[in-house]
Design a protein around this ligand. Structure first.
Ligand code: AMP
Length: 146
């Protein structure tokens, strides 16, 4: 259970600029947008990070994300956008209720990205691939959280 400002928005205790709602999902405009149309898509299930989200809420989010991306593009005229999803303080998460940002990209506006790949050895890639694949195959258990 993760009680945050987003729980209050879901319950209607704090106003938001709502663009979409169904029984499992709410989407509203970000109050500090990186670009016009910057939208947050959240599950009503109150968990902090994506790895903690139930299959049902994940499916509900997945079902509407593309539709909401299309709506944001159509409304803003953007031809490019980023979907951002932060998990944990180190990953710039500020509100500990799972959320997806849809951020339209315009010239000089939108999400700025610094992409710094690490060096990796082929043997390490193979070992890591096996380790993650094993966890993914067995991964029906609870998340350890962040
Ligand atoms: P993150 O860093 O991924 O946790 O992003 C949290 C986002 O929530 C930020 O972009 C904030 O601007 C946004 N935010 C926080 N409070 C509100 C609110 N009451 N209404 C709309 N957006 C909010």
């Amino acid at each position: 259970m993760s009680e945050t400002i987003f729980s209050k928005i879901i319950r209607g205790e704090i106003p938001c600029h709502r663009v979409y709602e169904d029984e499992a999902v709410l989407a509203f405009l970000d109050l500090n947008p990186l670009a016009s149309g910057h939208t947050l898509v959240i599950p009503k299930e109150a968990v902090a990070t994506l790895d903690q989200l139930s299959d049902e809420s994940s499916a509900a989010i997945g079902r509407v994300l593309p539709r909401l991306a299309r709506a944001v593009m159509a409304a803003t005229g953007a031809t490019a956008y980023n979907v951002l999803q932060n998990n944990g303080l180190m990953a710039h998460q500020a509100v500990f209720h799972v959320h997806f940002h849809i951020i339209p990209k315009f010239e000089g506006r939108g999400l700025g990205i610094v992409w710094q790949p690490i060096e990796v050895l082929p043997a390490d890639l193979i070992a890591l691939c096996e380790k993650i694949a094993k966890q993914a195959a067995e991964g029906t258990g609870k998340s350890h959280g962040l």
